[in-house]
Design a protein around this ligand. Structure first.
Ligand code: 13P
Length: 270
């Protein structure tokens, strides 16, 4: 537990990795290592196709299940989309929404950017629609925010991140905001091995918390869990997780190996 009584969350975002069999193997290796850990909530977010296999392997280990996206409509003619009811039916507690990769905000800017932006068109407004709809269904969002490297270099980090958070949370109740999870993921740190220095990660998570305080009041700001994500691994996790505003991690690459992910979970529990 952190000193402020927020239970940290360590969520593994598997991204587009693992077949059903690989999911079973990974979760089966992870489960005995994290079962019984107290003071941390462990979550895995497989691709949609592996949710059921992961759920079966979770067994009674206490690991929570999350999806990597969700849609804001109940059902119907929405080809390719997945509803919150479908995810709840698959055993999910959480859904990641607004990851930089679904916003089309990748760490590298190259000639394919226009195509990527057209394909990965998530906006603060669609994220907000998803947050409202899924919370009404009882699914908890992990809402991602973060600046790109050019925005950081221009001194716009705080403005970008607080703007994203205000827009993504708009219209939710203070009780809803207290229950959800925010992930600060500087885009330049994702998948690059270039982790954000812990003091700075803590500072930006503090900016996010004050943004929540300004819009939703003290109880929401003091309860909302704010995770750090971006090249978190078994070596750097303990230092990041010791910071007062960092209430856990959203882990990509290091979540694909049971031992390294378990080490991060244990660091959060400590
Ligand atoms: P990495 O841990 O691979 O940098 O990915 C972070 C991330 O994007 C988690 O959502």
């Amino acid at each position: 537990m952190t000193s402020n009584a927020r239970t940290p969350v360590i969520a593994g975002n598997w991204k587009m990795n693992n077949t059903r069999e690989q999911a079973r193997e990974l979760v089966s290796a992870l489960a005995p290592q994290v079962k019984g850990l107290s003071g941390v909530e462990v979550c895995v977010c497989p691709p949609f196709t592996a949710l059921e296999a992961a759920k079966a392997a979770i067994g009674d280990s206490g690991i929570a299940l999350g999806a990597q996206n969700v849609f804001w409509e109940e059902k119907g003619a929405w080809t390719s989309q997945v509803s919150p009811d479908m995810l709840l039916d698959a055993g999910c507690k959480y859904a990641i929404i607004g990851h930089s990769e679904t916003r089309g905000r990748f760490g590298t800017v190259d000639e394919t950017l226009a195509t990527r932006l057209a394909y990965f068109g998530e906006t603060d407004q669609t994220i907000n629609a998803k947050a409202h709809f899924i919370m009404g269904k009882g699914l908890l969002p992990i809402i991602c925010c973060g600046e790109m490297i050019d925005e950081r270099k221009a001194g716009k980090t705080d403005e970008i991140v607080s703007g994203q958070i205000k827009a993504c949370l708009a219209g939710l109740s203070a009780e809803q905001v207290a229950a959800l999870v925010i992930a600060y993921e500087p885009v330049w740190a994702i998948g690059t091995g270039e982790v954000c220095e812990s003091e700075e990660a803590n500072r930006v998570c503090g900016v996010i918390r004050e943004t929540v305080r300004g819009a939703f009041g003290d109880s929401a700001a003091d309860a909302v869990r704010i995770l750090y994500g971006g090249s978190m691994n078994d070596k750097n996790a303990a230092e990041l997780l010791a910071k007062p505003h960092i209430d856990g991690g959203l882990v990509g690459g290091a979540a694909l190996k049971a031992d390294s992910f378990a080490t991060i979970c244990k660091a959060a529990a400590a």
